[in-house]
Design a protein around this ligand. Structure first.
Ligand SMILES: [Zn+2]
Length: 266
């Protein structure tokens, strides 16, 4: 779902970023007024900081589900919104991350990733959850931890992509922007349309494993080597394909060794 259905309801403005959050328009102010945003000196200020000229502050900010202001958010309301054709849906914003073969927690994770809503260190620092000085990548590669860095540019964690491509018999160079990267992976040149769901599952398993590994390094002070990470990607993707698809009769060894054959490519 896109930010156009959710909007922050402002009370004290302390938890809401003036330029980056969606609180007063359909899109964040930085997107609505990009030239003005270029001129803003304090780009990370909250609404409270920008409005210190006498606003009453009593209650914390909260989120409001704009499609039902009376009863608020419900799963059935969201489902109705997504499945009713008369409601205009911006497919670019919604993104097609949901599929019965993909665990919903993983779909939600990718949905957040594509909107840069994961608690990466740059985002945590922007929200003042951690100090700006503590934003080094979880893999301790001395770079700022952004989603783009973690999943695409980190020479430790995201170095897994060439191995995944090699497993699939490809050596494609993928774009350096997350949405395009995943799209190009899913629509890999030379592979037929019926492989797209398999490739989507593999690409989602890859970002999932990278994220888990970053957390593993932070919270457990432990690290997996690249070949273990590739194994986890193969195993997760196999599990997701196998658990809800009775027709998928291949063994893990088949998947591990001849993934394209398991996708129906001969
Ligand atoms: Zn890194």
């Amino acid at each position: 779902m896109s930010s156009i259905e959710f909007r922050i309801l402002i009370f004290d403005g302390r938890d809401t970023l003036f330029s980056h959050d969606n609180w007063v328009a359909d899109i964040p102010l930085r997107s609505k007024f990009p030239r003005l945003f270029d001129l803003v000196v304090y780009k990370e200020s909250t609404v409270e900081e920008m409005g210190r000229l006498g606003w009453e502050v009593t209650v914390h900010d909260t989120w409001r589900w704009l499609l039902d202001l009376v009863h608020g958010y419900s799963a059935s309301g969201a489902y109705h919104f997504l499945t009713t054709p008369v409601v205009p849906v911006d497919r670019y914003l919604v993104d097609d991350v949901w599929h019965k073969l993909i665990p919903s927690k993983v779909s939600l994770f990718v949905w957040r990733l594509l909107r840069d809503r994961l608690p990466t260190k740059d985002n945590l620092a922007r929200r003042r959850v951690i100090p700006a000085a503590n934003t080094t990548c979880s893999a301790i590669c001395d770079n700022l931890e952004t989603a783009r860095h973690l999943f695409l540019e980190c020479n430790v964690l995201s170095s897994i992509w060439p191995s995944v491509l090699h497993w699939l018999g490809s050596s494609a160079v993928l774009p350096g922007e997350l949405r395009h990267h995943l799209n190009q992976f899913i629509h890999m040149a030379g592979l037929p349309r019926f492989t797209h769901i398999h490739l989507k599952i593999i690409s989602f398993a890859s970002v999932w494993v990278i994220w888990k590994e970053g957390n593993n390094r932070i919270f457990n002070n432990a690290a997996c080597n690249p070949s273990s990470l590739l194994e986890k990607i193969k195993f997760n993707s196999y599990l997701w394909l196998k658990s809800k698809q009775t027709a998928f009769s291949y063994s893990y060894h088949d998947w591990w060794k001849k993934s394209l054959l398991c996708m129906g490519v001969h």
